[in-house]
Design a protein around this ligand. Structure first.
Ligand code: NAP
Ligand code: HSE
Length: 445
């Protein structure tokens, strides 16, 4: 029996790191009573030693030399919550090479360098755990990598970014301005250091790349994800959605399909019009939700807080305890070997779509547009027209009308070609928003 303390080096003490320190202090004795482990943080690396962290801790706990923490022979285990690729990648590599288990919340790092780091952890025979990297406080990675290891997963679809969910909620429910809603998400600790990662869809892309790699056992990196963020979603799109029984959400989707007898994978992040009755429509504020569809298990849904210090610290602490227990037992978890992913080109994807056009308001224009759609085999599910003096006509000239279509399922390549034809019509002033719709057809595939 080894009853000496498990000494932890913490890299980063921002939103997540400081919440982890507070949670560990609160739970230390309970963890010790249940596991017999005395887990203590003996060093904390930060960038700016002069910054106040709202914690009552000895000054000599802190250092600005993260490499020295990793190399310290008196530290058993590393928790990386500093974020970014450099120097996090080198620090995690060095820790694993030195035989130290690593717990990280860093999805950007794992989405780009996961395969290399998982292999390094395996060859060192230690843990590399990352529950907090996907969907914050929701225990989702462990069920995916353990409980669902044998499941033929078909699709994983989720709202995986708290910042954008919170922004879209504020814009939809309170008519908030985009920048004001983003500033609030930043103040609440949801956003990445560079919030472009959130609003541009890259944070969700990193998460779905990690999820796809585990769910399908093939290496999917962030650069393989087809990404579109929420920056182009307008107040008019939100108003259209509300009036027509939809809510706009940023969805991340990873899918496995059989194409002519060969397996193809796809991973994408897009704003989507979700029907108001769909369970994903009720995901608000910083909450996340993840659906898993498998051939044997059917449908599963995971729900909880996807961002913020405390929920994320909860996930990190669970991993930390797991890694400490494994370290004492000389055991470790493994992702296993990842195959090379065969990807479906994004142009081959298909979905129902919402299209918003501005056209000249005169007889025959609507029929001309509808016939272009029909000629290109795009079937219209619903259509509405707004004149310049109507509620949705704010940005229109007096001779313009806004025409909004929802289509049935159509291939993306065909849709893009059709939009080019529409743009070339003299009567079409501009093609505005083109947003995917999560339709019943989607569920029936
Ligand atoms: P944060 O508030 O910006 O904190 C980052 C911390 O890392 C700060 O304490 C910073 O030091 C330190 N740091 C950064 N670069 C460093 C370097 N080169 N050397 C030493 N220390 C360095 O970030 P966060 O929100 O806690 O996020 C941390 C990680 O968790 C990221 O990977 C993020 O994607 C992930 N995550 C965050 C959330 C969330 O809701 N916030 C949820 C899930 C996952 P200073 O304080 O001195 O600047
Ligand atoms: N910036 C991320 C989000 C943090 O908003 O979801 C959680 O990963």
């Amino acid at each position: 029996v080894n009853d000496s303390p498990v000494r932890v080096g913490l890299l980063g003490c921002g939103t997540v790191g400081s919440a982890l320190l507070a949670l560990l202090e609160r739970q230390h004795d309970a963890i010790s009573a249940r596991t017999g482990l005395d887990i203590i943080v003996t060093k904390v690396a930060v960038r700016d030693l002069s910054r106040s962290r709202g914690l009552e801790l000895p000054v000599d706990l802190f250092t600005d030399d993260a490499a020295a923490v990793v190399g310290d022979p008196d530290i058993d285990l590393i928790v990386e919550v500093m974020g970014g690729i450099d120097p996090a990648r080198d620090l995690v590599r060095a820790a694993l090479a030195g035989g130290k288990p690593v717990v990280t919340a860093n999805k950007a790092l794992l989405a780009d360098h996961g395969a290399e780091l998982f292999a390094a952890a395996d060859s060192a025979g230690v843990d590399l755990l990352f529950e907090a990297a996907v969907a914050g406080g929701i225990p989702f990675i462990r069920p995916l990598r353990e409980s669902l290891l044998g499941e033929p997963v078909r699709r994983v679809m989720g709202i995986m970014n708290g910042t954008t969910t919170s922004i879209l909620t504020k814009m939809t429910e309170a008519g908030a301005d985009y920048s004001e809603a983003l500033a609030e998400a930043q103040a609440l600790g949801y956003a990445e250091a560079d919030p472009t990662a959130d609003v541009g869809g890259f944070d969700a892309a990193a998460k779905i790349a990690i999820v796809a790699s585990i769910a399908f056992g093939a290496e999917v990196t962030a650069s393989m994800v087809d990404v579109e963020g929420i920056t182009a979603v307008s107040a008019d799109d939100i108003a259209f959605a509300s009036r027509n029984g939809f809510v706009i959400k940023l969805l991340a989707v990873a899918e496995r399909a059989d194409v002519d007898g060969a397996e193809q994978l796809s991973a994408a992040v897009h704003p989507v019009l979700v029907p108001a009755h769909h369970p994903l429509a009720s995901v608000r504020e910083s909450f996340n939700a993840v659906f898993v569809e498998g051939d044997a298990v059917g449908e599963l849904m995971f729900y909880g807080r996807g961002a913020g210090g405390d929920p994320t610290a909860s996930a990190v602490l669970g991993d930390l305890i797991d890694a400490a227990v494994n370290l004492r037992r000389g055991a470790h978890a493994s992702i296993g070997a990842l195959a090379v992913a065969v990807l479906r080109p994004p142009a081959e994807a298909s979905s129902a779509h919402y299209l918003s056009l501005v056209a000249v308001d005169r007889p025959g224009v609507l029929a001309a547009i509808a016939s272009v759609l029909g000629d290109n085999s795009i079937s219209i599910a619903s259509m509405s027209q707004s004149a310049a003096d109507s509620e949705l006509g704010g940005a229109l000239a007096a001779d313009e009308a806004r025409i909004d279509f929802v289509t049935h399922r159509t291939g993306r390549r065909n849709l893009e070609a059709t939009l080019d034809v529409l743009r070339s019509l003299e009567s079409v002033r501009r093609v505005g928003s083109v947003i995917r719709v999560l339709s019943e057809e989607e569920d029936e595939r």
